[in-house]
Ligand binder design. Structure first.
Ligand code: AMP
Ligand code: MN
Length: 325
């Protein structure tokens, strides 16, 4: 994978007048935070810039994203640059593929292990804990100065993708950026309350429902935890799509569990699979077998089959993976 330099990517953006930013579907803190930070800096530089989404933003991230997102494909026509952030394949922004390619130049800024070079300019660093880290470097390259709103977006990106600086992807660089964010005027407590302590009761209810389906597989040494949720469950709880996001972390947190999988029915016959590994193991490898991808310890894929069939497929994979540890 041949990366461009950040300087080259900064120059492409500085030369542009109009820029469209493309986060992945099922936006998370890193996708939203990275997109907002870049969008705000480009607007400050006088550029016409929007983040084009194809689904709703999770409620707990709305506080960083107001005024930057649109689903209107007509707002910018033939953008000088299309940038995809926190994703590196058309399958990660399927309904916006044509729009992305309409850009006169295309750029990818991502940190997924499974991303392959597919744009005119690419910066993919699987060692980065969050795309927000890469955006931070890019902003510096573009001459960005202290800005609390940009800082808050970078904070959200890095804090969420590192599990609040707990996961093994957390590095000194994450903390160095955090240290500087204090100088940028970021209120980390306020942002944390917005992100983590402002949940709807429906989210707790759907989590309870999911945990009631918990199955533990494997032996005493290394176990796998699997849970699932159907469309009927979502309806019954009145939960929004992103409100199942925390379930997978609960599964991984169980003592002895090395692998976790959460299966969610998106439509009849379409099952979204989220997978995690704890200390050892590689879920990106498993996801890749089913046209998905991600990181070694956090990956996902979509299975086109019934929930029963999908559960059988994933349980077999995780049982074998746990036994091999
Ligand atoms: P999730 O379980 O949806 O939180 O996804 C775990 C990680 O894998 C995230 O960083 C996702 O961006 C990434 N990921 C999920 N699905 C895919 C996919 N189909 N292709 C590439 N990366 C993915
Ligand atoms: Mn990310």
């Amino acid at each position: 994978m041949a990366n461009n330099t950040m300087k080259e990517i900064a120059e492409v953006l500085l030369d542009a007048q109009s820029v469209l930013i493309f986060p992945h579907i099922n936006m998370d803190g890193d996708a939203v935070g990275s997109s907002v930070a870049l969008c705000r800096q480009l607007r400050k530089l006088g550029k016409d810039c929007w983040i084009l989404a194809e689904d709703a933003m999770p409620g707990n991230l709305v506080f960083i994203g107001q005024g930057y997102f649109t689903e209107d494909h007509e707002l910018i026509k033939n953008a000088d640059v299309s940038v995809c952030v926190d994703c590196g394949a058309f399958s990660r922004f399927p309904a916006r593929k044509e729009k992305f390619l309409e850009g006169k130049k295309t750029v990818c800024i991502d940190h997924h292990q499974t991303t392959e070079e597919f744009c005119d300019y690419n910066y993919v660093d699987p060692m980065a804990a969050a795309t927000g880290e890469l955006i931070w470097t890019l902003l510096k390259e573009m001459g960005a100065e202290a800005d609390a709103e940009i800082g808050q977006a970078i904070f959200a990106a890095i804090a969420t993708d590192t599990g609040n600086f707990q996961y093994s992807n957390t590095t000194k660089n994450c903390h160095l950026i955090m240290a500087e964010l204090y100088d940028w005027g970021v209120d980390t407590n306020k942002a944390s309350v917005e992100i983590y302590e402002n949940e709807r009761l429906e989210k707790l209810q759907i989590t309870v429902k999911a945990l009631n389906t918990l199955e533990i597989l494997g032996d005493n040494i290394s176990k796998a935890a699997v849970a699932h949720i159907t469309l009927a469950d979502m309806d019954a709880c009145g939960a929004e799509p992103a409100e199942t996001d925390g379930v997978i972390d609960k599964l991984r947190s169980i003592r002895g569990v090395e692998y976790a999988a959460f299966l969610k029915e998106k439509e009849p016959g379409v099952i979204r699979v989220s997978m995690r590994a704890k200390r050892r193991g590689n879920v990106a490898e498993i996801a890749s077998k089913y046209d998905g991808g991600g990181h070694i310890k956090a990956a996902g894929c979509t299975l086109y089959m019934s929930m029963e069939e999908a559960l059988a497929v994933i349980k077999k994979e995780l049982e074998a993976a746990a036994a091999a540890l």
